[in-house]
Design a protein around this ligand. Structure first.
Ligand SMILES: C[S@@+](CC[C@H](N)C(=O)[O-])C[C@H]1O[C@@H](n2cnc3c(N)ncnc32)[C@H](O)[C@@H]1O
Length: 231
């Protein structure tokens, strides 16, 4: 059984990916064109974005309230597969946006026999839309979206975590990881999309901190970092 690629869930995901392309495509195309004109590399642009964002992320993400900024379909299927592989029943997500990644992960919870996903989203309008999309996919019983700053809303995730998706403000990857770290079970998987923050990468790649980590060859250039909690 693969709930992510059948019935209502597959239909909603197809529609949401189409909406994401329409909403975000022009923005990303302009960004890439600007980088080419200025000769800026993705690494340089990411470093600048993280520097600009530090301490200012509510304003930065407030400007993206209509953008999905979502995972790709291939990464979404990877999320589903990872959650199935580690038999996840408790998942935490930093950065829900419109709920696309959440739907892939919640579909895995359904096929794992049930569980709970705690999501976090700063933008109130996105949290409302995400809840609607998740409900339309028939997965609302598995998901709690906490609206607000994840540094507050993920303080108490209520128990052991099998899998975490880190996909919010880039400057907060390490603070959010440290926040949920005490709850990560041995063998927990931490997937970070757009992991460009040096402090995060140095931390998960240092075995002394209790992780094994490497960059995934999925959507290359998007900084998809994979880590496993080892204790
Ligand atoms: C890249 S998008 C997430 C995409 C989503 N995971 C998906 O694939 O559909 C990042 C989201 O994180 C949210 N965000 C940024 N900082 C946050 C914070 N401190 N707490 C909660 N959400 C935050 C933004 O508003 C934005 O919607």
């Amino acid at each position: 059984m693969n709930t992510s690629n059948s019935g209502r869930v597959a239909q909603i995901l197809t529609e949401l990916h189409q909406e994401a392309e329409a909403a975000d495509g022009p923005f990303f195309q302009k960004m890439i064109a600007d980088l080419e004109v200025s000769g800026t590399t993705i690494a340089q642009a990411a470093a600048q974005l993280i520097a600009d964002e530090r301490g200012n992320y509510p304003a930065v993400y407030g400007r993206h309230s209509e953008h999905f900024l979502s995972v790709s379909p291939s990464y979404g299927h990877f999320l589903y597969a990872m959650a199935r592989a580690c038999k996840a029943t408790r998942i935490v997500e930093f950065g829900t946006s419109m709920g696309i990644s959440t739907i892939y992960l919640a579909a895995a919870l359904r096929d794992n026999g049930g569980g709970q996903l705690i999501g976090s989203e700063l933008e109130p309008t996105k949290a409302v839309k995400a809840r609607g999309h998740i409900a339309a996919a028939g997965l609302g019983d598995l998901v709690e979206i906490r609206q607000g700053d994840a540094l507050q809303t993920l303080r108490d995730v209520g128990g052991e975590v099998d899998l975490a998706l880190i996909d919010g403000a880039w400057s907060l990857y390490l603070p959010v990881l440290k926040l949920i770290e005490p709850c990560l079970r041995p063998g927990a998987v931490i997937l970070a999309e757009n992991a460009f923050a040096e402090d995060y990468l140095e931390y998960v790649r240092d075995p002394l901190n209790g992780y094994i980590a490497q960059t995934l060859p999925i959507d290359e250039g998007r900084g998809n970092e994979f880590a496993v909690r080892i204790l």
